[in-house]
Design a protein around this ligand. Sequence first.
Ligand code: CP
Length: 302
Amino acid sequence: MKNRSLISINDYSKEEYLKILDIAEDFEKNPRQRILENHVVATLFFEPSTRTRLSFESAISQLGGKIIGFTDASSSSVSKGESLMDTIKTVANYSDLIVMRHPLDGSARWASEVSDVPIINAGDGANQHPTQCLLDLYSIRKTQGTLENIHIAFVGDLKYGRTVHSLVIALSQFNTTFHLVSPEELKLPSVVKKFIKDAGLQYHQYTEIEDIMDKVDILYMTRIQRERFADPMEYERVKNSYILKNEMLEHSKPSMRVLHPLPRVNEIEEAVDTNPKAYYFQQAKNGVYVREALMASILGLK
Ligand code: CP
C-alpha cells in the first residue's frame, strides 16, 4: 500500500483490507503512537463533513503529524477560479499525503492523476467513500467476529449513497448475502449490483424494512440525502420512507447491530440510541483507528 492512493475501495485487495483492519486493531489498543512526527497531511474539504474530517485530523494529531488544509473551498483560491488540478498540484508541494472530499463523482481519481503525493478519497459525490467502507468493515468484524457469510440489509438511499456503494463492493469478496431496502426511485445502481453478480452472490430487493428485520446480522441505515436530488419534489416524496423505532428491532437477532455512516436526520429515532443493538456512535469512533492504520500504511510507517 506504500505510496498508493485510495480512491475506490476496489483499488485494494481483500488481503490489503484485512491488513489495514489488523493494524487498526493495534491502534485501538494504543492510538497515540508518534509515528507521523515528521509528516504533513493536507485535508481538503470542498464539501461539508464532521466525522470524516475530524476523525482524520484527530488521527493525524494523535500520531504527532501536522495538518494543513481548508474546510470550505470559499476560503481557498478555488473561490478566485483556480482549478482543482492546480490546487492539488500546489498542495502536493506542501504535504506528504492529501485527504480530499469533493462533490463531483470522479474528482478524487482525477486529483490522483496529477498529484505527486498519494490521495485518499474522503468522498467524491455519489460515487465512493472508501475510508468509511474500511471503518464499516472494521465495525462489522468487531461486532460479528467475522466478515464472512454475513447477511446485511442496506436501507434508504442506495442510489446516491456512496458509503453503500463502497461497502457493497468490498463485501462482495466475503460471501455476503445482500438485502436491499429502498424506494423504487433510490434502488442500488446496476453498476454496483454487477459486483455482487460477478462474485456469484445473491441480493434481494424490498421496499418495506419490516420484511428483513429477522433475517440480518447488520442493519445498515442511511440518510435520504437532500443535497443529491436535482428535483426537490422527488426528495419530498421519499424523505420519510424509513424511520427506525425500537419496537421494530424486537424480532431481530440478538447479535444484530444497527450501523449508520451518519449524519442522521430522522431515519433512526433518538430512542434507539440506547438500544444495545445501536452501534453507530461506536462505528464513528472506529474511524480514528482505521484512518490511523490507513495513513501509516500509505506512508510506509506500518
Ligand atoms: N460518514 C460521514 O462521511 O460523515 P461526515 O459527512 O460527517 O464526514
